[in-house]
Design a protein around this ligand. Structure first.
Ligand SMILES: CC(C)(COP(=O)(O)OP(=O)(O)OC[C@H]1O[C@@H](n2cnc3c(N)ncnc32)[C@H](O)[C@@H]1OP(=O)(O)O)[C@@H](O)C(=O)NCCC(=O)NCCS
Length: 163
């Protein structure tokens, strides 16, 4: 899933690329804006080091060539499954298709590596994320009671078959 960014590209165009160590500051900032309990810098750095983990970024480039990270996704490819651990879009870039593009990129990589299933957990209260997942074909297959222990909140377990 890739959108070319041309010099005259309309607002909202972006490219996807793998994250590097230099991107961690920006990921940490988006984490803080997106989550009650954001991932720590150490956790993000650890994901960058795991061979089974992928951290992809959606990036916009302005007219002067400066890149801005709009969002990211962290997913694992383990055995025959993609597992999405984290996805977030910067508040100013939401509802422009960034989250969808990141999810589709994870699925695409899974397909290209022979996986048949993508799974994730999401807070029951996270209506926006659940709407996104449903929109792109995930279905609820169960719950994990009080999975988010700090708030005693259930996780919804969602699955998508990768055709
Ligand atoms: C959830 C999140 C990643 C969505 O990212 P996004 O880039 O805004 O999503 P998209 O623009 O690709 O949305 C695609 C579709 O998903 C649905 N959707 C996304 N966010 C929604 C919301 N807040 N409310 C209702 N539907 C939503 C819509 O159908 C949307 O299409 P539309 O804008 O044409 O109506 C973003 O809101 C976010 O970062 N939230 C904070 C972090 C978070 O909760 N991450 C999920 C952890 S499990």
């Amino acid at each position: 899933m890739r959108r070319p960014v041309e010099p005259d590209a309309p607002p909202g165009a972006w490219t996807l690329r793998r994250a590097q160590a230099a991107d961690v500051d920006r990921i940490v900032d988006i984490e803080k804006d997106g989550f009650l309990h954001p991932w720590s810098r150490e956790l993000i750095e650890r994901e960058l080091g795991h061979s089974w983990s992928r951290v992809l970024l959606a990036c916009a480039t302005d007219a002067s060539g400066d890149e801005r990270v709009l969002g990211y996704i962290v997913f694992w490819i383990v055995h025959d499954e993609v597992h999405v651990l984290n996805v977030a879009t910067a508040p100013e870039a939401r509802r422009r298709g960034v989250g969808r593009a990141l999810m589709e990129a994870a699925e695409e990589e899974g397909r290209s590596r022979g996986t048949r299933l993508s799974t994730l957990e999401v807070r029951r209260s996270n209506a926006g994320a659940i709407a996104l997942y449903r929109e792109i074909g995930y279905r609820q297959v169960g719950t994990r009671p009080k999975y988010y222990a700090e708030e005693n909140e259930d996780a919804i377990v969602m699955v998508k078959t990768l055709g």
